[in-house]
Ligand binder design. Structure first.
Ligand code: ACO
Length: 359
């Protein structure tokens, strides 16, 4: 197959909403600071595992595509907050979907994971290795959050989105992608405490604290997203004027504004950062799903998706949308009800025993 088109799309946002005012009940911060520095008003906190959010997003994406789960022969779970490392989270999603066998694996490049997954799945479809893929960008950051640190606690939220990809001879789906990583900046963003290096007799898994140099991340994010976007636009043989819609990673409104100004694409940008904050790997995928649902995506559009994440990884994808912008079916599926408020769940995370700490 020459191309891998996006046939279906679905998202799953946990229902519990954590507002800026909620956060200011336990941290020295306020709505005015958070809105003016980030553009965020609220975010979601999940009451279920990331695999459960992903499962619902996948069922919705398969229905939107009009594709049966048995046709799926590849599942890529893009995330840095897997349920478990062994077995991987993709295999639980496969099990929940009732798919007997598929190539199922997890992919972690932090916030760019969903977009890297799109690249890998498209490439595997183009080589003929697989025919139908589920690409997932999902995150439950709330569990890995240091809720005592106002530098990071205000920035993140939980969510999931999924896409169904299939091969086609039509010039649709991913036209160009530019991926990279500033490895010399890997220390500026670190969720300390998970990973085997933290089992050293002094610490236990479950204590998480962040290294987060906000201004350095800001500068590298703008640089990476702009360079990758310019590279992908050139690779696709397009000019910036031919980009119809930009759906960027939503980590900070000011980062997006800087990228948009440098690229010269103002007036063509989809934003939802005010509703969800930064959902890491789920951010750009959820934004693309909402852009489709809200009617911003038209047949044949060229869509640019720039992103960045810990690593410090960056990416830019150019998609040419196909003919269909409405779902084939709408799935009748919901998450189990949530009995607690977002604030109650955050307080539970804060009350978990903390051991070790920075060492
Ligand atoms: N509430 C109130 N005040 C705060 C808060 C808060 N939540 N956080 C920081 N401040 C204070 C600081 O302590 C500082 O006070 P001081 O001047 O008395 O020292 C002041 O606000 C300014 O802090 P800065 O760090 O200079 O604020 P800045 O304008 O740079 O904004 C921010 C900080 C929002 C973090 C910004 O740097 C940013 O967005 N960086 C990029 C972060 C990002 O995108 N991360 C995504 C990571 S992606 C992934 O893969 C996980």
């Amino acid at each position: 197959m020459k191309f891998a088109t996006i046939k279906g799309w679905g998202k799953c946002l946990p229902p519990a909403v954590l507002t800026n005012d909620d956060i200011s009940t336990f941290l020295d911060t306020n709505d005015e600071w958070i809105v003016s520095r980030t553009g965020m008003k609220e975010r979601r906190v999940s009451h279920v595992h990331v695999s459960d959010l992903s499962y619902v997003a996948c069922v919705r994406a398969l229905a939107a595509a009009g594709v049966n789960a048995e046709e799926v022969d590849l599942i890529i779970f893009g995330s840095c907050t897997a349920d478990e490392v062994v077995p991987n989270t993709a295999s639980r999603i496969q099990l929940l979907l009732g798919i007997k066998t598929a190539a199922s694996f997890d992919l972690n490049t932090a916030c760019t994971s969903g977009m890297y997954a799109l690249s890998v799945a498209s490439a595997m479809i183009k080589t003929g290795a697989v025919r139908t893929a589920l690409v997932i960008g999902a995150e439950v950051i709330s569990v890995a959050q240091d809720w005592t640190d106002r530098n990071v606690a205000v920035l993140f939220g939980d969510g999931a989105a999924a896409f169904v990809l299939q091969g086609t001879e039509e010039q649709e789906g991913l036209l160009a992608d530019e991926l990279g990583c500033y490895a010399d900046s890997r220390d500026i963003l670190r969720a300390n405490g998970y990973g085997l290096r933290y089992i050293d007799g002094q610490n236990i898994l479950g204590t998480i604290w962040w290294d987060f140099l906000g201004q350095e991340i800001f500068k590298k994010a703008v640089m990476g997203m702009c360079e990758a976007s310019a590279g992908a636009i050139a690779q696709a043989g397009l000019s910036t004027d031919q980009i119809d819609l930009v759906v960027p990673h939503q980590a900070n409104l000011r980062i997006i504004e800087a990228v948009v100004k440098r690229l010269g694409v103002s007036g063509r940008v989809f934003l939802n950062i005010h509703k969800y904050g930064n959902m890491s790997a789920a951010t750009t995928p959820v934004a693309l799903v909402e852009a489709i649902e809200e009617g911003h995506v038209k047949p044949g559009m060229h869509i640019l998706l720039p992103a960045f994440g810990g690593g410090l990884t960056y990416s830019a994808h150019i998609i040419r949308w196909g003919e269909r912008v409405t779902p084939v079916h709408i799935a009748d599926i919901e998450l189990p009800p949530c009995e607690k408020s977002a604030l109650e769940m955050v307080r539970e995370h804060m009350s978990r025993p903390r051991a070790g700490g920075p060492f």
